[in-house]
Design a protein around this ligand. Structure first.
Ligand SMILES: *Cc1c(COP(=O)(O)O)cnc(C)c1O
Ligand SMILES: [Zn+2]
Length: 396
């Protein structure tokens, strides 16, 4: 065994606070009446890694391995994910009054989305805990990423994806050797099937936030944002919110970095951007609710955002509240216009999910919720190349 130096201690229920050991397979809080998400905890007081030492480490998310859950370095399943660039929106921003707008390009990850981060940690930890078969309900990118990391680990993956998902997602999943099931329905329908099949066949279910370690990979976006901004944080972060691991993970990272003494108490205002087709979080937030209602109006070009009711809705809403954040709902026409504008002005083909942020930024900037002198970061979570069939079809 080659130790990673991970400071992982245990898992803690985000709702009732019950502690769970981290040395066996876990899903959600084991309290029958709770079943909330589990959050990995670390012994930050024992940390000896310095920011200076960090600088010489490889440019992948595993540079933060002390704060990730894998104990034996031989179990790390990596394709080089993380440490994606942060670039200025140099031409697009001039169409607004604000010239401090940046984007982090998560499309440069393996399998072309930020989902690589979460599935790298989840598959690594599953390997460490002896898992042989995994299963996932997915809107597209998570399935491709699970299939890729499972292939690399020698683990069998079962991927349940809505029929309406663009072909690129299905093709990559099959090429990586996973079993692909196309489901006539949305991700919630896929989730129900996975739940039943996994229980029957002993597969390990890595559904969003019902598995504790995907969140750990996603939080590395927060570590990177702070490091890349010189151990500072932007004033506002916009995130396309589906299941919520991205926004919850980034928020968790900032709390951990403060415990490490690497950043101060300043936090960005976090903005959840949703597709008008599935904007339950937006509706709940605007109405001052602490949980969301099921909402699914059907096809959206931003398939990653077609999550009718996120399992972690309460945790997402809590991040928006605590950060003094906001929410915006964007329809498909607005998403496609934003995607085309960014492509033509910046030479970058964003995912529709990421492009929704550009529209949302303009809305919040016009209303002065974002001031012209504030530093703003948009997370382009995926690549437009996987959606090409929908960018020029009669569907849109
Ligand atoms: C999954 C996905 C999202 C939604 O992310 P969550 O962390 O589940 O909220 C956003 N964009 C893309 C491209 C995705 O694949
Ligand atoms: Zn609990």
């Amino acid at each position: 065994m080659t130790k990673t130096g991970s400071l992982l201690t245990h898992l803690k229920c985000a709702a009732c606070g019950k502690l769970h050991s981290a040395d066996q397979r876990r899903t959600v809080c084991e309290d029958e009446n709770c079943r909330a998400i589990l959050s990995a905890q670390y012994d930050f007081h024992s940390n000896t890694l310095t920011k200076e030492e960090l600088r010489s480490r490889p440019a992948t998310m595993w540079r933060y391995r002390e704060f990730l859950p894998v104990l034996d370095a031989e179990n790390i399943v990596t394709l080089g994910e993380g440490f994606t660039p942060i670039l200025p929106l140099s031409r697009a921003e001039k169409t607004s009054g604000n010239e401090r707008v940046f984007y982090k390009d998560e499309s440069l990850n393996p399998t072309c989305s930020f989902k690589a981060r979460g599935l790298s940690t989840a598959v690594s930890k599953a390997k460490e805990l002896g898992v042989r078969e995994t299963a996932i309900p997915t809107a597209g990118n998570a399935g491709g990423a699970l299939a890729a990391y499972s292939a690399r680990a020698g683990i069998k993956a079962h991927v349940y994806m809505p029929k309406l998902t663009p072909d690129a997602f299905k093709t990559e999943t099959a090429l990586f050797g996973a079993e692909l099931r196309e489901v006539d329905g949305n991700i919630s329908d896929c989730g129900r099937l996975v739940n039943a099949e996994a229980a029957k066949r002993g597969w390990f279910d890595v559904s969003t936030l019902k598995e504790p370690y995907r969140l750990e990979g996603k939080k590395t976006m927060g570590y990177e944002i702070a490091e890349q901004f010189g151990w500072n944080v932007p004033d506002v972060i916009l995130y396309p919110t589906g299941g919520g691991t991205g926004i919850i993970g980034i928020w968790k990272a900032f709390g951990e970095l403060e415990q490490l003494g690497w950043i101060g108490a300043k936090r960005p205002r976090m903005v959840a951007v949703q597709s008008a087709s599935c904007d339950g979080i937006h509706l709940a937030f605007q109405n001052g609710k602490t949980s969301s209602e099921f909402k699914d109006a059907g096809f959206t070009v931003a398939n990653g955002l077609r999550v009718p009711k996120p399992y972690a809705d309460k945790a997402i809403l809590q991040v928006l509240c605590e950060s003094g954040g906001n929410s915006v709902s964007v329809n498909d026409a607005e998403i496609l216009a934003a995607l085309r504008e960014i492509a033509a002005l910046e030479g970058s083909l964003w995912s529709p999910e990421g492009a929704a942020l550009w529209h949302a930024f303009k809305v919040l900037s016009r209303s002065k919720w974002i001031a012209d002198n504030e530093t703003v970061l948009l997370l382009n979570t995926g690549s437009g190349y996987k959606y090409l069939e929908n960018l020029f079809s009669e569907k849109t």
